[in-house]
Design a binder for this molecule. Structure first.
Ligand SMILES: O=C(O)CCC(=O)C(=O)O
Ligand SMILES: [Fe+2]
Length: 434
């Protein structure tokens, strides 16, 4: 049971009605006390945020912070002021996504002032007395935490108002896990914090789940990637799609390193370079695929790139797919996909453990080769699939029989685009881990 007496949901003011229904549905899956009051607290919009900061007496640190961070800061700050009215509250930001039901580990008889129900964990956690719980190391994200009156009072009197930084960073400084001593030194008080080893609640980038809205307002670094309508399409294909694939000599360009696993050229090097830079520019790395932290993926939806990417694959990749697997009939044309850009970093998040994808088919596009280690390993076949040129794709059956994982990289960063193809609208991760 999440023992709190009120739930606050901080939400950006657009589409609030639609979000309300979604929040309600998601709250139902949390073990909360019956009839608990829920307050949906609208965050200031981009045009209101400076005035709200002034109204609350909040002063961003030198150099400033992004408006969304400032807006969230206003919302959290407002909640913390209510420490006299509540014993403990649950604070959620829009995008909270209940994912797990291992709440039996949530033991509130341990001393605590704040408990993360979800976070992006970066630093080393310290095991706590309570099984399944840790004293959290450096963490990011302030999208799901419970806090008691003592904790709220500490946050409200910590001098955060004079040093507004992103709330997630601030919380880490407050539980003494921030790597920067300068940042830690800005704030009075320390919090006793706990977190489950495995998140109860995950975060998604956008709660409305449509392709367009998620990336609303996003200014691309490489606008050319997004120019695909009408006449621009031809230029797009020339610039970014591998000419060998366009010529459709599938049997000439495909290798089959493992039975039913194919590799072939799909994109140009320019595409690979630009999409990597675009992802880094976008910067909102998530843990959407439900794997461990720190966050490593960006769903192409959230970048506003899903539709273009799907359309290109339909035109240039699907014919190869039908040919190689000898697919017949109309049903295959209804294959849906989810696409992600994934980043591995040596020494941080360098590998992906063995798994089955749960998809009908999966595709991995190599975007760079300037790293050491890496590649997709299929233990049953004792084969490492590791194209040596950017833009090459590999495809493998995703459901069963092709257990695989990403070999650790030992130096540099490895970027891939990964796609999971499935039938219907039920994506393979709907049920969690795969
Ligand atoms: O990084 C790789 O080579 C494998 C990625 C993968 O298996 C996945 O994303 O499901
Ligand atoms: Fe996989």
């Amino acid at each position: 049971m999440i023992a709190v007496d009120k739930v606050f949901i901080l939400a950006f003011p657009d589409d609030l009605e639609k979000k309300r229904a979604l929040f309600e549905a998601r709250l139902k899956t949390l073990p909360l006390p019956e009839n608990i009051p829920v307050e949906i607290h609208p965050l200031p919009s981009i045009t209101e945020v400076n005035q709200t900061l002034r109204d609350y007496g909040l002063l961003p640190v030198e150099g400033g912070i992004r408006w969304e961070e400032a807006s969230r800061a206003c919302g959290h700050w407002n909640v913390w002021q209510r420490h006299e009215q509540h014993d403990a509250v649950l604070v959620l930001e829009e995008g909270f996504l209940p994912k797990s039901d291992h709440y039996q580990v949530l033991r509130t008889d341990e001393p605590w002032e704040m408990i993360y129900l979800g976070r992006f964990a970066y630093g080393s956690d310290i095991p706590s007395e309570a099984r399944g719980m840790v004293n959290p190391g450096y963490s990011n994200g302030s999208y799901a935490y419970m806090i008691n009156a003592a904790g709220m009072r500490k946050l409200a009197t910590s001098q955060y108002d004079q040093n507004v930084i992103p709330v997630g960073e601030f919380l880490s400084a407050m539980h003494d896990a921030h790597p920067s001593e300068d940042i830690t030194a800005m704030f009075a008080h320390r919090l006793t914090a706990l977190a489950p080893m495995k998140n109860f609640i995950e975060h998604e980038v956008s709660v409305n789940g449509t392709d367009e809205t998620a990336a609303d307002g996003y200014k691309p670094l490489h606008p050319g990637l997004f120019e695909f309508e009408g006449e621009a399409r031809e230029t797009w294909v020339k610039k970014y799609v591998n000419p060998q694939l366009v010529q459709r000599e599938f049997d000439l360009i495909c290798d089959e390193p493992i039975d039913n696993v194919y590799t072939f050229p799909l994109f140009t090097e320019l595409f690979c370079k630009e999409i990597i830079e675009e992802a880094e520019h976008f910067g909102e790395w998530t843990s959407y695929r439900g794997k461990d932290n720190p966050p490593t993926d960006i769903k192409l939806d959230s970048l506003g790139f899903h539709d273009i990417y799907s359309s290109v694959l339909k035109e240039f990749f699907f014919p190869l797919l039908y040919h190689k697997y000898q697919l017949k009939g109309e049903a295959w044309k209804r294959l849906n996909a989810q696409h992600f850009i994934v980043r591995y970093i040596a020494g941080e998040r360098a590998h992906l453990g063995l798994h089955n994808d749960g998809s009908y088919l999966s595709m991995i596009v190599t975007l760079n080769t300037d790293f050491e280690g890496g590649g997709t390993f299929f233990p049953k076949f004792k084969k490492l699939v590791k194209p040596d040129q950017p833009g090459y794709a590999s495809i493998h059956p995703g459901l069963l029989g092709y257990l695989h994982g990403a070999r650790p990289i030992t130096q540099g960063k490895r970027y891939i685009l990964t796609s999971f193809f499935f039938m219907g609208t039920q994506h393979p991760f709907a049920e969690g881990n795969y």
